[in-house]
Design a protein around this ligand. Sequence first.
Ligand code: PLP
Length: 425
Amino acid sequence: MKPEYKIETKCVQSGYSPKNGEPRVLPIYQSTTYKYDTGTAMAKLFDLEPGYMYTRLANPTNDAVAAKIASLEGGVAAVLTASGQSANFFALINILGAGDHIVSSATIYGGTFNLLNVTMRKIGIDVTFVDPRADEATLNAAFRPNTKAVFGETIANPSLDVLDIEKFARVAHAHGVPLIVDNTFPTPVNCRPFEFGADIVTHSTTKYMDGHACALGGAVVDSGNFDWEQNDKFPGLTTPDESYHGAVYTRDFGKAGYITKIVAQLLRDYGSTPSPQNSFYLNLGLETLALRVERHCQNAQRVAEFLEQDERISWVNYPGLKSSPDRALVEKYLPHGTCGVISFGVKGGREAAEKFMNRLELAAIVTHVADTRTCVLHPASTTHRQLSDKELEECGVTPDMIRFSVGIENVEDILADIEQALASL
Ligand SMILES: *Cc1c(COP(=O)(O)O)cnc(C)c1O
């Protein structure tokens, strides 16, 4: 694949290039293991020489799809994980340990908020949540000597706040640590955070990338730009790994060091590896990603504009609206489109919100976003149920918030469904 190919071409073609007479479509290597002629040939793999030994670490189907996602983001290497949750956990734990600290945007996905706020604290990793709109002085004040990473979401789920990637990259780099950005909502079709200084990108491929709500998955992509050796904050990458006879990831694998460590250590020990069958589905989804994202955004724009002028609606938040508080950030980071997810409140608060959702016919109530079918969810009582009122406010979730994920059906049908549900209130 030529690196200069456009994103639509990469969606279809990157990651797998069959040689003469080989299958045109990426095969599913439905095998946990690999056969070798001699014990010596296999032993070399345990010294991290290239090759396949066991699917928990690597599988050709998974690798091809990871390479496609790396190509879409403009990164040097990527690894697939079993879910978006494991992608974010691995992206962080790969460079953090007990006693370390993270600076994170407060407006992030509820699952990631819990991971940072509860589970990672239990293993001795502290976090400071910051308002993504805070100025640089305030962000700088959140850092400590033991801060090892900065985290945020390009478009936050479900607050839809847009991250000022360059601002976050600047403060992270000023403290010698990388910026990790969860790029699930815009996908690389609408934003490639590496172009604005992010160092690592993560995905819940479960959302638009698969796009059909059929396979859970995640990905971690490395830009190859962060210099892990500039300070002594990342000994896991820059000093010998005793579990691999003293391999030093940055020395031995260069720009692939960070991803190699996830594969060799974290997939080995935690085992959150996707099944090759799921990676095959993910690849099918990726082939149409650019087409689908464009339609999701077109439809969402129409729905958001309809809601905004309707007097039965109390507020609408969609980064594509002219009235969005993030208008300037959208023009800079997301000029071609944002995402298909809208949040809004119905007049009458929480009760009206629940009634409205129950009356929808085409849009289904499901715990999901970002697939072909229009769906709807009440975050405060579901995805964010475990959070206190104060935490809800910090995450940008109000009690009356409806999260509406606009699908790729005909937009007139989606609008008619919303109209009949509102009319019945
Ligand atoms: C859904 C989601 C996740 C978690 O992904 P899973 O695949 O459900 O584990 C992480 N980040 C964002 C932004 C998400 O929307």
